[in-house]
Design a binder for this molecule. Structure first.
Ligand code: PLP
Length: 348
């Protein structure tokens, strides 16, 4: 795939034009609750000190996370979100003859980076239970593997891959390849995290973000967790300066331990309500343990997205491998009421 393919993907991932101010935004897996009060206060404090670089805020975030998770601070590297270390990982470890291997449907950002690195992107269909098919991923890559990308829970399906399969991938991958485990949505599920794999096995990287459960998508904070030597390989691709607002907001979000617990519960309740409604109405969807789900719209997905947008409910996007499914983000209770009304009209 050349750069044109990369640009096509970027267009596919973006808003279609500017949504109306009163639109319901269920199209980017954001958190409508936004930053928690503790994060808002910490970030407001940072605005007044905005004339300073305050390099220490980066270390403070890394240490806070390391301490909470029983890691060493040199195993944690903060970033301005998780897109940045995802992109860097592909640039560092993929290239001609070193493929980027992912599940399909799966998050597309790595493919865009692979196009820039002139690496092949190998898209391996999920299993019938919508898990990553790690054996097929290993077979597809052969000795050409650069990065195996595994998102857990997966985006867009919101489904889990079993820990045993992830361990098998780490164990069986060809020498020199990297396993990149994207845990952007892990807090919404009960799945065991893979931080231990990232610190114990060579060249395994886990990504975390504050964009999802912590509601800081526009404020930018994320983490890469791995062995220090692997993290060093990523540092090469940037200067390393990070926004103090994002760092302080992220640290405060972690310290407010109730936040992730409460938000997980809220999303699970809203999601269960929508799924119950969909079952009653006979709509077909993929049961998800995340803040988004795939629904079968029984027609080209783009048509349903446009019809929903006409009712000011923005959903989407579509994956070419699942052309009649559309991804829907779980919003607030009120937003999902608007979704239900619009969806029923669109489905006729
Ligand atoms: N990884 C996955 C699976 C995502 O869905 C997203 C955003 O939607 C990201 C990473 C990037 O998030 P951010 O750069 O905001 O941390």
């Amino acid at each position: 795939m050349g750069s044109v393919g990369g640009e096509r993907l970027l267009a596919q991932m973006s808003y279609v034009g500017e949504p109306p101010a009163d639109a319901v935004l269920l199209n980017a897996n954001e958190n409508p609750l936004g930053p928690c009060p503790e994060a808002l206060e910490a970030m407001a404090g940072m605005l007044k000190r905005g004339g300073r670089y305050l390099f220490g805020e980066v270390g403070r975030l890394g240490r806070t996370f390391a301490e909470m998770e029983g890691l060493r601070p040199d195993q944690v590297q903060p970033y301005a979100g998780s897109s940045d270390p995802l992109h860097r990982t592909v640039l560092a470890f993929c290239g001609p003859g070193r493929a980027f291997v992912k599940g399909e449907p799966g998050y597309e950002a790595g493919e865009m980076a692979a196009a820039r690195a002139k690496a092949k992107a190998l898209k391996v269909p999920l299993t019938k239970d919508n898990e990553h098919d790690v054996d097929a991923m290993l077979a597809a890559a052969g000795a050409e593997a650069g990065v195996f990308y595994l998102c857990n829970p997966n985006n867009p399906t919101g489904t889990l891959t079993k820990r045993a399969a992830i361990e098998r991938l780490v164990e069986k991958r060809p020498a020199g390849s990297v396993v990149l485990i994207d845990e952007a949505y892990i807090h919404f599920s009960d799945a065991p995290a893979c931080l231990d794999l990232a610190t114990q096995a060579k060249d395994v990287i886990v990504l975390r973000t504050f964009s999802k459960i912590y509601g800081m998508a526009g404020l930018r904070a994320g983490l890469a967790i791995s062995q220090p030597e692997t993290l060093d390989r990523l540092r090469y691709f940037g200067a390393g300066f990070l926004p103090t607002t994002g760092m302080a907001g992220a640290t405060a979000s972690l310290q407010a331990k109730h936040v992730a617990v409460e938000r997980k519960k809220y999303v699970a309740e809203v999601r269960a309500g929508v799924f119950e409604w969909m079952r009653q109405k006979g709509y077909s969807f993929v049961p998800s343990v995340s803040n988004k789900f795939m629904v079968d719209v029984k027609r080209p997905g783009r048509e349903a997205i446009s019809a929903m947008a006409a009712q000011k409910v923005m959903v989407g996007r579509v994956w070419p491998s699942w052309p009649q499914h559309v991804r829907v983000t779980v919003g607030t209770r009120e937003e999902m009421e608007k979704f239900k009304a619009a969806f029923e009209r669109v489905m006729g």
